[in-house]
Design a protein around this ligand. Structure first.
Ligand code: G6P
Length: 610
């Protein structure tokens, strides 16, 4: 949540800051701002409510140019989205701060600073940071020391960037609980919430650790740990290309990302399956031995990633034969957990930075799980770094806030895990070979489903006026229905709920009328007949059904029953295949409703606060 970027250079950094913000906009987009130190070492600031483009157009008429600067794109936590609450926050024209995170003791600090004569201009928790730094500067501390002392009084999570007229050639950054990277350039250095923000400027990065404070100038980056000791952190070269996040010919990132799924799945499988087998090496050097002793699995994740975990539970229990529990991270982390011996702890996260998932992982490490495995899309992320083993999805950068290719690649990766565990629990080589074959065919199958887009677009027209929708599935397709409903909610603002269709008669049937579209996924599996009776229950009550059904399913279109045929799909991979039409349906409904598809209101892609 919130994105920060900063630079110290011999050139004007305003364009670097704006481009960085553009690339970080997925983290939050209710307001944005930047502050630079100009040639006479004075602070210039510009802030705007709304998207980065508002800030960019304001820049055309205001000269905000300097060689040292910080910038921010906001996702409101404390204080409404407004120019007044937008970052950077400034104290007495002398210090400017950008912040990502939440300062939990901000009320106490605010009271104390008010008594010391500091005026507060915003409702944010962040503003205490800038006044506190100012107070320490006033006491004669250097900028670095002032930030260091300020960090000691802050409780909560933060990543901050600080500049000041007191030392106009410096940029100080600190992190505790929120992500922050340092980008290393030639006689110029940068900070940002993630690597994407800076790939146009550099490929070399340092990942700050919790408690680190970095002192950046054009010539040097000095890092100190939480005890104030100078430390050397490893420099990583990223392979991310600057154009990896371009939208190309597509109207929205979400549409591009839906269409990238066949390739993303192919990449996720690349080098991990061979000759009908899943290679143990896929999980890294520590997993092979650890997996030998696994007796059960605990999965923890949020949002779409949680839905991937729910699908995996069906697979792990039915194919690998191990008990599996799945929980949303925000619940898991605050609950007293009993850890069965030999339990593998799996986190699933696109970003690898979701605060609750990361906190749950840290908690799990204390609780004594047998091994920790992250299924993640961002190699440099905190969750990857905190986990003993990792299985990277290779979806590439996902920009659309509504997750699509991250989900289907997570499911692909999870199937690899299911086989790796299953082999240790009696999964026969022929079964393994069959699953591997289905995985190999998956990209082609998804290509075929993508061809349904025109027909789905026509269906979407009938959803534009609706206020509610119900999604139904059974077995592993219940979480698929949940994911479909989530997509519709997120981007079209239509209230959508998913139910395992057997539960219909326990409540939701009361809602059914002609105004309530009911979307169902009907793969050809052993629950088909049961699903069909559930659908008849809907039809009999005047509900309008929209069914995605396997070509082999004996069902006909009829008044109140709209049918789209999905090519023959094997049961094991069906949850991955059937997700795609639901993504397309949500996308096209959102187009009709005219919402901001890639950046839906109130949401952010990466939730780095609780
Ligand atoms: C946010 C995003 C979702 C995502 C969830 C978990 O809510 O909008 O798309 O599924 O966070 O994120 P993660 O990066 O951990 O998968």
């Amino acid at each position: 949540m919130c994105g920060i970027v900063g630079a110290v250079a011999h050139r004007v950094v305003t364009p670097v800051l704006i481009e960085g913000l553009r690339r970080l906009e997925y983290r939050g987009y209710d307001s944005a701002g930047l502050a630079v130190l100009d040639d006479s070492a004075q602070l210039q600031r510009l802030r705007r409510k709304g998207k980065i483009r508002e800030l960019e157009s304001a820049l055309q008429t205001s000269l905000v140019e300097g060689k040292v600067g910080i910038a921010h794109t906001r996702w409101a936590t404390h204080g409404v989205p407004s120019e007044r609450n937008a970052h950077p926050h400034i104290c007495r024209e002398s210090v400017a701060v950008v912040h990502n995170g939440i300062i939990e003791n901000h009320e106490d600090l605010r009271d104390r600073l008010r008594q010391k004569g500091y005026d507060f201009d915003s409702e944010t928790d962040t503003e205490v940071i800038v006044h506190q730094i100012h107070e320490f500067l006033d006491e004669g501390l250097s900028l670095f020391e002032a930030v260091k002392e300020t960090c000691k009084v802050l409780e909560g999570a933060y990543a901050v960037g600080v500049v000041s007229i007191a030392e106009p050639k410096r940029l100080i950054a600190a992190r505790h609980g929120s992500p922050l990277v340092v980008g290393l350039g030639e006689s110029e250095n940068f900070i940002a919430s993630d690597v994407f923000a800076l790939v146009g400027e550099t490929q070399r990065f340092i990942f700050l650790e919790d408690g680190d404070i970095a002192d950046l100038s054009t010539e040097a980056v000095c890092i100190y740990d939480r005890n104030g000791n100078a430390v050397q952190r490893p420099v990583h070269e990223t392979k991310l290309a600057a154009d990896a996040v371009e939208r190309g010919e597509y109207r929205h990132y979400m549409q591009k990302e839906i269409h990238e799924q066949p390739v993303a799945i192919e990449k996720t499988l690349d080098g991990r399956i061979r000759a009908g087998k899943v290679l143990d090496a896929a999980f890294g050097p520590y997993a092979e031995k650890a997996f030998d002793h696994i007796k059960s699995v605990q999965i923890v994740a949020c949002g779409t990633s949680y839905h991937a975990g729910m699908v995996a539970r069906y697979w792990i229990e039915s194919i690998a034969g191990f008990p599996c529990h799945v929980e949303v991270a925000s619940e898991f982390r605050y609950r007293k957990n009993v850890v069965p011996p030999g339990t593998l702890f799996v986190t699933i996260s696109q970003s690898g930075e979701t605060a609750d998932t990361l906190a749950a992982l840290k908690e799990a490490k204390k609780l004594g799980y047998a091994h920790t495995l992250a299924i993640c899309n961002v190699p440099e992320s905190s969750i990857v770094r905190e986990s003993e083993s990792t299985l990277m999805t290779r979806a590439g950068p996902e920009v659309g806030v509504a997750s699509t290719k991250a989900f289907t690649t997570q499911l692909t990766a999870l199937l690899l895990l299911v086989v790796a565990l299953g082999k240790r629990n009696g999964l026969a080589p022929e079964q393994e070979a069959r699953i591997v074959k289905e995985l190999e065919n998956l990209p082609e199958q998804i290509e075929r489903v993508l061809l349904l887009e025109d027909e789905i677009e026509q269906w979407a027209e009938r959803f534009g006026e609706k206020r509610h929708a119900l999604y139904l599935g059974r077995g592993a397709h219940y979480p698929v229905a949940m994911e479909g409903a989530l997509k519709l909610k997120e981007i079209s603002y239509i209230h959508a709920e998913a139910y395992p269709s057997g539960e219909l008669k326990h409540g939701p049937l009361a809602l059914i009328d002609a105004e309530m579209p009911v979307v169902a996924v009907a793969p050809n599996n052993e629950l088909l007949e049961k699903l069909k009776s559930n659908l008849q229950e809907v039809q009999a009550r005047g509900g309008e059904l929209y069914v995605f059904a396997d070509v082999r399913v004996p069902m006909e279109s009829a008044p109140g029953v709209n049918l789209l045929r999905v090519a023959e799909t094997e049961e094991i991979v069906a949850p991955i295949v059937y997700t795609v039409p639901l993504q397309m349906l949500a996308y096209h409904v959102a187009l009709i409703k005219g919402t901001d598809v890639d950046q839906p209101r109130n949401l952010a892609k990466s939730v780095t606060v609780e």
